[in-house]
Design a protein. Structure first.
Length: 78
């Protein structure tokens, strides 16, 4: 989450440095918004997958999925 303020500071610096050129005023904040959105989405996605994996892992507090019993070799299941 430290990267989001750094991206915002870079965008502000970029707009100030280029002295108000209209294409820059639109382009730099748009690019910064996309970067912040991508970083936040990646962070939240990794947390969600990590939490799900932790909850289904055996021995880690979650209940593992149980597989349906299978017939022994050589016998057919009814």
């Amino acid at each position: 989450m430290i990267s989001n303020p750094a991206i915002a500071r870079g965008a502000i610096f970029g707009v100030r440095r280029l002295d108000g050129d209209r294409t820059v005023i639109v382009g730099v904040p748009a690019a910064a918004f996309i970067a912040v959105r991508s970083m936040t989405t990646a962070y939240l996605g990794i947390r969600a997958v990590s939490g799900t994996a932790r909850s289904i892992a055996p021995g880690k507090g979650g209940t593992p999925r149980q597989q349906a019993p299978t017939a022994p070799p050589g016998r057919r299941a009814p």
